[in-house]
Ligand binder design. Structure first.
Ligand code: NAD
Ligand code: LMR
Length: 333
């Protein structure tokens, strides 16, 4: 068997982590032959809860789980980490936008960037989940200059899964029949869920989603709004932000990054822009990416962008650029 991977989950006493940890520890992300050591970081007041989570992880008696290490010390927790799932941050409440969390959360990611820079493995892979996720990832990357910027990503897979599920429900097909829905931009209400490249398997035949749905008005209006507003709708209904679906999306994101996706398919990840599609370089912007079995990815280039898409892609870029400036001033204050 391979050497154990050291996987850190922050916010480990919180609600997303409670849905996430079992799935990671039983092999859903790194596969059935990869042992792991789980490092669980939270803050001092949550230590008691964290100890309960550690007991439960032990009691699952999982074959791949070699060790569970609780921690309330950031510098210790990041030591030699291979993969970090940065969940720990304040969630929004009803009536808030995710960027309203910026002042409260962005300093957490500055401090994590500093810890990553000095403690983690140099090829660490990071996914930021805590909101505003793209901008937090931008800050984390900035404060970890010794790490390849491409190794900092933020989660927009939940949005992709939401888009895919809406299309599958509309067509009455299984979720796995729908491929290549793209999320562009920010994990916020300006994100642009785009089905122009998406395809669906109908009775063994692959066809463009637009052709199958035959309702451009729905695709250009209600579909987009539903996906953009889904997080708020869950908060309104549950009085808590999404957790089960968020955990599933984290598993999907890291599994696909780690293992690669089949030829001809791609997934959405918020990653540092390299200027593709004229998006400001360095912003953590959600693009379609092709992931590879060597744990790398590339932004899918050359997709046709019509005027409708361009306008929406630019609007979400503008929001990210503004968030970036706000975050930088918070970090420098
Ligand atoms: P939660 O309040 O249940 O748990 C958050 C945990 O983080 C708490 O245990 C808290 O003590 C801990 N924490 C706070 N500061 C920390 C720090 N500096 N270091 C380590 N741990 C720290 O919240 P949740 O529902 O698990 O959500 C966590 C975050 O994920 C929120 O910001 C939420 O908005 C975000 N979220 C993002 C997505 C996405 O798709 N990107 C989806 C769902 C939720
Ligand atoms: C989500 O998309 O469900 C999360 O980002 C939580 C939120 O604040 O919407």
């Amino acid at each position: 068997m391979a050497e154990p991977l050291r996987v850190l989950v922050t916010g480990a006493a919180g609600q997303i982590a409670y849905s996430l940890l079992y799935s990671v520890a039983k092999g859903d992300v790194f596969g059935p032959n990869q042992p792991i050591i789980l490092v669980l970081l939270d803050i001092q007041p949550m230590l008691g809860v964290l100890e309960g989570v550690v007991m439960e992880m032990m009691d699952c008696a999982l074959p791949l789980l070699r060790e569970v290490i609780p921690s309330v010390n950031e510098m210790e927790a990041f030591k030699d980490v291979d993969v970090a799932m940065l969940v720990g941050a304040m969630p929004r409440r009803e009536g808030m936008e995710r960027k309203d969390l910026l002042a409260a959360n962005v300093k957490i990611f500055k401090s994590m960037g500093v810890a990553i820079d000095s403690q983690a493995k140099k090829n660490i892979k990071v996914v930021v989940v805590g909101n505003p996720a793209n901008t937090n990832a931008y800050i984390c990357k900035k404060y970890a200059p010794s790490i390849n910027p491409a190794n900092f990503t933020a989660l927009t897979r939940l949005d992709q899964n939401r888009a895919q599920a809406q299309i599958a429900a509309k067509l009455g097909v299984s979720n796995s029949s729908v491929k290549n829905c793209v999320i562009w931009g920010n994990h916020s209400s300006t994100q642009y869920p785009d089905v122009n490249q998406a395809v669906v398997d109908l009775n063994g035949k692959s066809m463009p989603v637009r052709e199958a749905v035959k309702d451009d008005n729905w695709l250009n209006n209600d579909f987009i709004k539903t996906v953009q507003q889904r997080g708020a709708a869950v908060i309104k209904a549950r009085k808590l932000s999404s957790a089960m679906s968020a955990a599933k999306a984290i598993v999907d994101h890291v599994r696909d990054w780690w293992n690669g996706v089949p030829d001809g398919t791609y997934v959405s990840m918020a990653v540092p822009s390299d200027g593709s599609y004229n998006i400001e370089e360095g912003l953590i912007y959600s693009f379609p990416v092709r992931t590879k079995p060597d744990h790398t990815y590339e932004i899918v280039k050359g997709l046709t962008i019509n005027d409708f898409s361009r306008e929406k892609m630019d609007a979400t870029e503008k929001e990210l650029s503004e968030e970036k400036n706000m975050a930088l001033s918070v970090c420098e204050s």
